[in-house]
Design a protein. Structure first.
Length: 529
């Protein structure tokens, strides 16, 4: 192979490699970038390496992935997947006296450097697109005027030429765009295709041959409406569409990172899963769905579903029991899930896109700081004293007795200074707790319980953590709803933790984000975008 050919072949390989890393980032990758990487660039790099700089230092911009790949005077700053070959990593590590960023002794923390290394290893996922930069723009005004924060208003259907094609107002919007581009609608789907699409869409399953034939032979004008009604009434509808909500709720029956002696299993996670399926199958009103999942314990309802619904908040990652990270996760799932807002970006600084100041984040932190998990999950209904329950109780008591003995032994061993035996006993305790969780989750006699949350008897407001650092406390802020959605008469929450008032604010007809977000979630699942 000649030298030019070899260079061309190598270039093709490099381009293919870069393309493989340029695939659409996953939601978890984007969350990592937004929470860990973007703040580093904004706070420590943009001043010298973005279009807001008086002079672009080293001819390097860090505003976009493409500009990092292109690099500056020293060459490409980024090699996706390989931190050791990335000048960006070399610079932040201070490995070269002539290449240190940020300069003048403002070296990033070890955690920030580790986050950048991890980001490069995962392929440097980056949603930033040229032309959509934040730096230097007057977001203080513009973002408050964004249409998403304005009330939902009726929209007049556009005029079209082929009015005979219009079966409902949505068709008019579709046809108007087609006509605008000189296009015509596709022919209608035949009945076999239509029943297959509807059945897959609503249940995730194919129709049976008998269901297909019944629809084909039904010549009534409402034949398709009858198919849709039948599918909506089937139990498979709630199972299929409930799963989409469980994705929003970051549902899992395991806890992620836990301390050594803790069981990694949520034994009663299934009660929340079943609640969600029932909610869809019962056609539960969406405002009630919101209230139950955020404040089911405060609704004073005889319906046990209200407690099971609180798994929405409690079944998230445990972060080795770091309370600040647990609360952050709860704020995140509430604000993203119901309103499509990344409020947790304001944990360390005012939001760079949305009109969410840091104070708003800590107002919500106070709400969840004032909400506690009970020592024992509450029962969902009365215990049925069956032989299965008696057998479960016997096994549970044996495990619990052994656990009590081991915990007493730990205390005795600590007093005597027998370190090795302490470690061994801790392992036994961890194993026992895992066995108890498995028993609670799987034994047929285990009574169902809720992964619930209650209001603290002493609600408290939260101080602002300067730059998100728990040890660097600023002013205390009241528990209240987001300022951009509250209007000029915003008042602090008055009852308990404020979770019920938070839920009511999210479900309020005056909040334009909530209906827009759920309609878009449903639309996306049906139509792909």
């Amino acid at each position: 192979m000649s030298r030019p050919a070899a260079i061309t072949f190598l270039s093709a390989l490099l381009l293919a490699s870069a393309a493989s890393f340029a695939a659409t980032p996953s939601p978890s990758d984007l969350a990592f970038f937004e929470s860990k990487i973007r703040p580093i660039f904004v706070q420590s790099c943009y001043k010298c390496h973005s279009h807001e700089a008086e002079r672009l230092k080293g001819n390097l911009s860090v505003e976009f992935r493409d500009s990092l790949l292109k690099g500056g005077e020293n060459g490409p700053a980024l090699v996706p997947g390989d931190p050791e070959k990335s000048l960006l990593i070399k610079a932040v590590r201070y490995e070269d006296a002539d290449l240190q960023m940020p300069p003048k002794g403002k070296k990033l923390s070890d955690d920030q450097i580790a986050d950048l290394v991890a980001w490069v290893k995962m392929g440097a996922p980056d949603p930033r697109v040229p032309g959509q930069t934040v730096a230097g723009q007057n977001w203080g005004k513009n973002r408050r005027d964004h249409w998403a924060f304005k009330p939902v208003r009726p929209t007049r259907a556009p005029a079209v030429n082929n009015t005979n094609w219009i079966a409902n107002p949505i068709d008019a919007f579709v046809l108007a765009k087609l006509e605008e581009n000189g296009m015509k609608p596709s022919p209608p789907a035949d009945k076999r295709a239509l029943v297959r699409r509807a059945t897959y869409d609503l249940t995730g399953l194919p129709p049976t041959p008998e269901e297909v034939e019944a629809f084909v032979k039904d010549t009534s004008t409402n034949a398709f409406a009858k198919v849709v009604d039948r599918l909506l009434a089937s139990p498979q509808y709630g199972e299929h569409w409930g799963r989409y909500w469980l994705d929003v709720a970051r549902y899992a029956d395991t806890k992620g990172d836990v301390k050594n002696q803790e069981a990694p299993l949520y034994p009663y996670a299934w009660t929340y899963r079943d609640y969600v399926v029932r909610a869809f199958n019962q056609d539960k009103p969406f405002n009630r769905f919101i209230l139950e999942q955020i404040a089911g314990d405060r609704l004073f309802s005889t319906d046990q579903d209200s407690l099971a619904a609180l798994g929405f908040l409690t079944l998230g990652p445990r972060f080795n029991e770091n309370i600040n990270d647990i609360i952050n996760d709860r704020i995140d799932v509430v604000c993203k899930g119901f309103m499509g807002l990344t409020v947790t970006c304001a944990r360390c600084h005012d939001h760079k896109f949305d009109p969410i100041p840091t104070a708003d984040y800590y107002s919500l932190r106070g709400v969840f700081l004032s909400s506690i998990e009970p020592a024992e999950e509450p029962l969902l209904g009365a215990v049925k004293f069956t032989p299965e329950y008696a057998a479960f109780q016997k096994k549970y008591s044996e495990f619990d007795q052994k656990l009590t003995q081991d915990e007493a032994q730990i205390r005795a061993l600590r007093k005597s200074g027998e370190t090795m035996q302490v470690k061994e006993t801790r392992r036994d305790i961890g194993q026992l707790r895992r066995q108890i969780a498995q028993l609670e989750a799987n034994d047929p006699g285990s009574p169902p319980r809720a992964s619930a949350l209650y209001d603290s008897s002493k609600p408290q407001n939260s101080p602002i953590f300067i730059r998100g650092e728990a040890g660097n406390k600023g002013p205390v802020v009241p528990r209240e709803f987001l300022e951009i959605l509250s209007g000029p008469g915003r008042a602090p929450f008055r009852y308990g933790s404020g979770r019920l008032e938070l839920a009511q604010s999210i479900a309020s007809a005056a909040n334009p984000l909530t209906p827009r977000v759920i309609v878009n979630r449903v639309w996306t699942r049906h139509f792909g975008q």
